[in-house]
Design a protein. Structure first.
Length: 441
């Protein structure tokens, strides 16, 4: 009787590898890697085609937009993904929810555009770069960039992962193609650069959102359900996200202050090398979001596959670190090599926490996610200030590692708390079979 027990984990892994989940995860993972590569090409084209002052304006405009976007969503998109997933039995109900969300998103886009327009006058006072005119000119398009976040939530909630993958590729590749054409004909400048980046993303989002055939007539019950979830889950998760992102860039600021700007580049590059590791964990977790709304716990095979991926990638990256850094970036970037080991551990902890984070979100545990984010924010700030001042770039790496270890521990604690309490959610979806989700048991 012991043989089946020994083989069970292996059977579970093989089952997952043959499932629809892996296919969707692979599609999203490849799409994200293509998008990252296209983004890298866009950066090369921009730095080579725009003067340093023009590229500075371009970067400033998007930095200001990222600041505004951080605050202008109020948890609606996180809640919408849950509401859509909980209504997966009814395509009509999903269309109603998507239509309601679209109206809300357009309202948030308008608010973001107004805030951005007003902030442009502050930018004019703080930065003598001319970026304020570009911000005002494209304020509406910047506001419509919220449709990207809406699309991700809709695809995650409806389990239409292939559409999310399509958006990742189309938005970035079309932008590269358009920039190439304008550069070729000598018509590329700062305003064209900003417009093409915005138009390619917004245009792709509009086309893919329309494929869901959303019902734009708002139903009171649907709007009420969305607001209720925002109140109980979405806004709490939003508060945590704001706190986390507000402290996210303190490491770069403190490295620049205590060590120097060059050190920031080394630190960012070491982090960039680990992106393919965590991207698969994120893709797998997004793919499983709909199933998590119905499952009592995360299947062991999911955690095993995620761990095996992170472990394999991590060991490979550590062994080949010097070869990769020196041959791709040059010998002058050799100081990045010692940073790879701690940053691989950081990425591994971040990747391991992804399924737990998505599970808590699917279960509507906004208070848990908020608590994790608040605790992590405090730890990040204290550790960055103490360790970077004392140990420089390595201090930043180990500050991140300690914070991510705590983050993983907190996610696991709240995950266990969720499944131990066995909270009963009355959802309209009922039990979901493995066959319906394409999982081979």
């Amino acid at each position: 009787m012991s043989l089946p027990r020994i083989n069970l984990p292996l059977q579970g892994i093989v089952g997952l590898l043959r499932s629809r989940v892996l296919k969707q995860t692979g599609q999203l993972y490849v799409a994200k890697l293509v998008a990252l590569s296209a983004g890298f090409l866009i950066s090369i084209l921009n730095t080579r085609s725009l003067a340093p002052a023009g590229y500075g304006i371009y970067s400033l405009c998007f930095a200001v937009w990222e600041f505004v976007e951080l605050f202008v969503n109020f948890g609606f998109y996180s809640s919408a993904a849950r509401v859509i997933a909980l209504n997966q039995h009814s395509k009509e109900k999903q269309r109603e929810t998507i239509g309601t969300l679209l109206v809300v998103a357009l309202g948030l886009a308008t608010l973001a555009a107004v805030i951005l327009f007003c902030l442009s006058f502050v930018v004019a006072q703080l930065f003598d770069m001319g970026g304020e005119e570009t911000l005002r000119l494209f304020a509406i398009l910047f506001g419509l960039m919220t449709l990207q976040t809406m699309l991700e939530a809709v695809c995650r909630g409806s389990n239409r992962i292939v559409l999310l993958a399509t958006f990742e590729v189309v938005s970035r590749v079309s932008c590269v193609a358009l920039i190439g054409l304008f550069v070729l004909f000598g018509k590329y400048n700062i305003r064209v650069a900003v417009f093409l980046s915005l138009a390619s993303a917004v245009g792709a989002a509009i086309v893919i959102v329309s494929s869901f055939a959303p019902k734009l007539q708002i139903q009171a019950a649907t709007l009420r359900a969305l607001f209720e979830d925002v109140k109980t889950y979405g806004f709490k998760a939003y508060c945590g996200d704001v706190a986390m992102n507000a402290s996210y860039r303190t490491d770069a600021i403190l490295i620049s202050y205590f060590v120097g700007a060059t050190a920031v580049g080394f630190y960012r590059l070491s982090s960039l090398l680990t992106v393919p590791m965590t991207t698969l964990s994120q893709s797998l977790s997004v793919t499983l979001f709909t199933r998590f709304t119905a499952d009592r716990e995360i299947k062991r095979r999911v955690l095993l596959v995620n761990s095996l991926w992170l472990g394999t990638c991590g060991v490979t990256l550590i062994l080949l670190a010097r070869l990769i850094v020196v041959n791709i970036f040059g010998l002058k970037y050799a100081p990045v090599v010692p940073l790879v080991f701690p940053m691989v551990l950081v990425a591994a902890c971040g990747g391991l926490s992804q399924p737990y984070n998505m599970f808590l979100g699917a279960k509507g545990k906004g208070n848990y996610l908020r608590n994790i984010a608040f605790m992590l924010t405090g730890i990040n700030l204290v550790l960055n200030l103490v360790l970077i001042r004392q140990f420089g770039i390595l201090g930043a790496c180990y500050a991140s590692l300690i914070a991510l270890v705590v983050n993983l521990a907190l996610h696991y604690y709240y995950y266990q708390r969720t499944i131990d309490h066995a909270v009963s959610y009355e959802t309209p979806i009922g039990p979901v079979s493995a066959d319906e989700l394409g999982i081979v048991e």
